[in-house]
Structure formats: C-alpha cells, structure tokens
Design a protein around this ligand. Structure first.
Ligand code: ACM
Length: 668
C-alpha cells in the first residue's frame, strides 16, 4: 500500500516535466536520465521464454522502421548482441497487474513485465518513443529514462458498431493494432442490429443470409431518405476466430454484443416466429432507417431456446468472461399488444413492460451463467429490477452507473456526454461545410472534453468506486459508411480516452497531453490514419474579464461567455429545456459607477421566437446575495436601468419552458 502511494504522488511530477516523453497514455512515473540509446536494424530482441509471441509481434512492429523484422533470441542464449532490447517477466515486480518497468540506458533497453500484458505494454511505450514510419538514416535515438507504469482501470474499452455499417475483417484487425498502441484492452463488438446481423450462427443460417442484408440505407445529407441500394455482409465464424485470436495476442479481449430484446429486427426478419407474431399488422423487415424500432423478441420459451443456441455458439467463439446482451432501447409497444405476453404477465405476476424486460434479461442471465459467463448490458437493464449479478454499462449519463455501483454491481462508464465518438469532434457547421459526407449523428465532443472525463463519479464512496471497472468510448456507425470515416471519429480522441482509462487522475494534465499528442499524431499520419481535426474551442472569455455562472448547460460551443464578449454575432445557447429557478448570472469586473441602462435580447433569429425566454426576470445586485428586480422579460427582451454600484446581473427563469434558450450580447 505504502509503495503505491509513493508512486501515485510521484506521478504528478512526471506529468509536469518540462519536456515530457511522448508517451500516451501518460505513464505513472517517468524518470529521465542522461544519454540516449541508439536503435537500428542491428537492435535485436532477447526475451523470456514465456514472451516468445509478444517478442515476435514487437519484432514485426520494429521491422516497419527498419525494413525487416528485428531478430529475436531466447533470454538464456549466450551470445553477444551489440544492441538489444530485453523483454523479461517478473511476477514479483512492485507494480499491479499489467504493469511494467522500462529502463532505457545508452547500453540497452529493458522491459520487465509483471505479466505478459505488462511486458507488451512496455513495448508499446518503446514504439511511441521511436520515430513514426521508416527510419530516415537507419538509426533513431531514444532518451535514457526509467518508466514505471500500470493501468488505473482494468476495462479500457472501445466499442465498434458493425450493425449499421459493416467493415471488412482486415479493417477490424488494423483497428485492434491501434487499440493496442493506446494500451486499450477491450473491443466491445456490437454485432447485431435492426439494420443487420453480422455474426454467422451455424444453427440459424438465415440470421446472416436474410438478416445480414437490407434493401436501402439513408444517404449522407438526408437521414430520412433511402438510397435504394441493397447493403450487407457478415463475419464467418472462421473470420471471428481469427479476429479474436489476433486481439488476444495483443492482450485485448473481444466482448461480443448480441442485442436483446430490442434492436432485433434483422433476426426477427430472418425468423419471424421469434417476434411478437400474435399482434395485428406483424411484418418484420431488416430496417433501412436509423433510430429505435418496434421489433423486439417475444418473451417465449422458443425465443429463450434460440438465445441459448446462439449464445452457445457465441461462447465457443469468444473466450471473454463477459457477454454483452444489449438491453437498451427496447420499446414495449409490441409486448403491450401481444395476447401471449399478457398471458405471461399474468402467470409470472409482471405488472408492466419494464417487468417483462427484467424477466427477459434475468432469463438470459441464467443462460449465460449456465455457460460460465457474466452478463453485461446497457443501463436500461435496470428497468424493472436488475438481474442479481449483472454488470451495467452506463450510457445515458452516469446515473445508471452510480445507482448500480451503490447497489453493489460492477459498472463500466460509457456516458454519451463524454464517450460517444459518433458525435462531432468539431462544430457541426464547419464539418458540414466540408461536404455532406462529414455528417454525424449530432452533438459536439471535442478531444478536451473527452480528456476531462473521470470515470469515477464524485457521488461514489471509495468502496463503491471499486465497482467501476473502467471506461469505454462508443463508435456507433450510422454515419460511418467507410472505415475511413470510423477513423475520422476515433482519432485522435482515442488518445484522450487512453489517458482517461490508464493514467492516474493526479498525473493527468491536458496541456502536457497536447504536447505529447504531437508525437502520437505523427504515428497516425505515418500510418495513413484519416484522423479528425484537433478542434480548439473558441476562447471562453468575456470582453472585460467579467465572469459568468449559470445552472444551464451549453449547446455545442455557444459558451455562456459569448453573451458578453463584445460581438453581436456570438451568443449563449442552452442545451436543454428550462426549469423554474434556472439562472444566468454575470459577475461584472467593475461595479457600475452611475445608474446604467441594461438591455438583454433572447431567442432565435429576428422574426422567429424560438429559444427565447418566455418567463423570466432581470435582477441586479451590489453584493451577489441581495437582489432587486430590474425588469420582466417580455417577447424575449428585458430592458431597464440598474443603480450605481451594481456588480452582478442575473437572468432568472420563473416558469419551466420547452424551448431552449439563446442569449444575445448583453448591452450595459
Ligand atoms: C445506446 O446508445 N443506445 C446504448
């Protein structure tokens, strides 16, 4: 315990070093020393006998720099190597699991892993210290240093949706290389959707021959339209075995997701008897539009038998201890209409759709338990009561994760506020100006916001926080027609995710990360990665150093400060409906010297009354605690005079409203 404390404290110093080693995620502890190690085609790998496979992978990686794979030798072999990197194992090393110590001296490089994963992560750090792409003059120098490192979380995940769009196995494998580069260790593979079933199941061939194909897809630029082009594909079991093995060699677990009971239109189209075929107008189709669709599995014995069969094949393909069963966005409409479901509800004493969902998920958990696996699902699996041992993936914000952890369930934090990489990385307007193929689902998630995320919510006690297994980013693929587009959304935010997942909280520092990112971007560029723009949000500054405080969140980059930045073209835009009591408060840099006119205009473009303040007051205060009313908002506008000595202005919402809120330049 003592040792860990020392290391964590030291980490902060590593993060603040003037010229940081360009490693992402930031290691726990970095001590730099004098001199450099010279790497060249002569550099060979000597390895512990249990690290032969890792050494081989590393040798191939180094070969991309030198033109030929590095030579590898067993550690015990008594030959002299002029230049060597030693990969060693020591289960007694003073770091937690998956940790390593990397020692670079002018004479040699040594990686000691606590385990094989740790040794492999050490090799990833070395690759980041080396140049990107082919060596220019056959040599590269890396600075002498000692790095002591281990992960903060055991679940460092990236999700990939292959249901909405399908990507060749080769693309998935290349992506796995990049997860490994960032020391991520989970690929959450979203394999089944309303728009396509992508995993071959031998016992149910129509899942892929029928469910793997759809008649049309919305084109870029018009999500409520159809291109009329048949689209589809799936992975054979051989391909899946190959991908799982490829990932395992890189210390990555592939967690498959088989969506239940919703997002199941493709499966139900292949086998209509799996759906609620006792309701009027029943006609399942593999879906051709995005969104949430009504076709959900029926809670019948036939369906539980089907699920058992499918999961038998899934478990044979995926050694992951966790199987993801979806559970999100399952509309209850079809169950409400189904006489068969009503009968089940009576028999099992289920009061509503949530109870049926809970019954369904609990049955699936039993099936998985019988196969020795653990159930993980999106936070909707809490509806109607969580199955006893389930792990929850919290996507609708953090609350599902917080509640589950407090109840003693393990959780993976994947909130749509900070980890949905299908959201824009730069503002929608500037992205769409580049072309309609830049369309994304919506939202704005700049890399800095990803970086700012702490997967342990403040609401959890230290004991409850132990249930946070880790964090994961999501790549939903509605708007990713090609893998190049996946890259555009994944990179460089994946680097921020890696640091959120790996680096001790105390060692995180965004400015320092940005310095190190420069080196990592070179690796992306050398590999031809189609990375997204490094968007720098507009400076959040008022015109005179006045400050703004508000209870309301910000839509995209329409920061609160923009309502007092001196520009009539910029404005604050709320990101939600308003509640009575919401406020927007301006703390003036200097109190008014005399009675002064104030004018505030809210709402959308002239002539339109969207997003204006419908019920509210403008108040003034000298001390920030005693407030007097200056004016009511009328037609979205408040005008009045504030007394001399006014140092604070407050817009207060007096009634809830459905519209959001735009505040234009405040004129004083
Ligand atoms: C989800 O985004 N529906 C999990």
């Amino acid at each position: 315990m003592k040792l860990l404390t020392t290391i964590t404290l030291a980490a902060g110093m590593g993060a603040l070093a003037a010229d940081p080693l360009p490693i992402i995620p930031q290691p726990v502890k970095v001590e730099t020393a004098a001199g450099t190690f010279v790497f060249s085609a002569e550099t060979a790998i000597r390895h512990h006998r249990d690290l032969a496979a890792d050494a081989k992978l590393f040798a191939d990686d180094l070969g991309k720099l030198t033109g030929q794979p590095a030579r590898t030798y067993a550690k015990e072999l008594k030959i002299h190597l002029a230049s060597e990197i030693l990969l060693d194992l020591d289960p007694t090393l003073d770091v937690p699991a998956s940790g390593y110590r990397l020692t670079i001296t002018p004479q040699a490089v040594k990686v000691v892993g606590k385990d094989a994963a740790g040794a492999y992560y050490g090799t990833r750090s070395i690759l980041q210290l080396l140049p990107a792409g082919k060596l220019e003059n056959g040599k590269a120098e890396i600075p002498a240093a000692t790095v002591t490192d281990y992960p903060r979380f055991g679940w460092r995940g990236m999700h990939l949706d292959v249901g909405r769009h399908f990507y060749p196995a080769e693309d998935v494998k290349r992506f796995i290389d990049w997860l490994a580069f960032h020391k991520l260790n989970v690929l959450h593979w979203h394999l089944t959707e309303d728009q396509g079933w992508r995993i071959e199941i031998k016992k149910y061939p129509k899942l892929t021959t029928v469910g793997g194909f759809r008649d049309s897809t919305p084109p870029y630029g018009n999500r409520n339209s159809d291109d009329g082009v048949r689209y589809g594909g799936f992975y054979t079991q051989d391909q899946i075995r190959e991908i799982v093995a490829y990932a395992k060699a890189r210390h990555i677990t592939v967690v498959p997701e088989i969506e239940l009971p919703g997002h199941a239109a493709a499966a139900i189209t292949a086998y209509p008897e799996l759906g609620n075929d006792d309701i009027p107008g029943y006609a399942p189709k593999v879906m051709t539009r995005w969104g949430v669709h009504p076709y959900v599995f029926a809670p019948t014995e036939k369906v539980f038998g089907f699920i058992d069969d499918v999961l038998t094949e899934v478990c044979a393909l995926f050694p992951s201890p966790y199987i993801h069963i979806g559970g999100d966005e399952a509309p209850k409409d079809q169950w409400d209409k189904s006489p068969r479901v009503r009968e089940l509800m009576k028999k099992e004493n289920l009061k509503n759709g949530h109870d049926v969902q809970s019954y369904f998920i609990k049955r699936v958990e039993k099936i998985l338990e019988s196969k020795g696996r653990k159930l993980i699902g999106w936070d909707e699996i809490r509806e109607g009561g969580l199955s006893p041992k389930a792990t929850v993936m919290s996507w609708r914000g953090e609350q599902g994760g917080i509640d589950s952890a407090k109840e003693g369930h393990d959780v993976v934090m994947a909130p749509n506020s900070h980890t949905y990489f299908d959201h824009y990385q730069a503002p929608e307007k500037s992205e769409l100006a580049k072309g309609k193929e830049f369309e994304a689902i919506g939202g704005l998630l700049p890399i800095e916001k990803v970086y700012s995320y702490d997967p342990v919510p403040k609401a959890l006690s230290p004991a409850e926080a132990k249930h946070v297994l880790g964090v994961q980013a999501q790549l939903w693929s509605e708007y990713f027609k090609t893998f190049k587009k996946v890259e555009y959304h994944a990179f460089p935010r994946i680097a921020a995710l890696a640091e959120v997942a790996w680096t001790p909280l105390a060692a995180k520092n965004y400015e320092n990360f940005r310095q190190r990112l420069t080196g990592v971007l070179k690796h992306y560029d050398a590999a031809g990665i189609n990375r997204g723009e490094l968007f720098v949000p507009p400076v959040r500054k008022t015109k005179d150093g006045s400050t703004v405080e508000t209870s309301i969140g910000t839509y995209q980059d329409h920061w609160p400060e923009l309502a007092f930045d001196g520009s009539p073209d910029t404005f604050f835009w709320a990101d939600r409906e308003l509640r009575a009591g919401d406020h927007f408060t301006l703390h003036l840099k200097a109190a008014t010297a005399a009675e002064t006119s104030v004018s505030i205009t809210t709402g959308g473009p002239a002539g339109k009354n969207g997003d204006r303040l419908e019920s509210g007051v403008l108040e003034a205060s000298a001390n920030g605690s005693a407030w007097t009313k200056v004016a009511d908002f009328k037609d979205g506008v408040a005008e009045g005079k504030v007394p001399a000595g006014t140092a604070h202005l407050r817009i207060k919402v007096t009634a809830p409203q459905k519209n959001w809120l735009i505040i234009h330049e405040i004129r004083i």
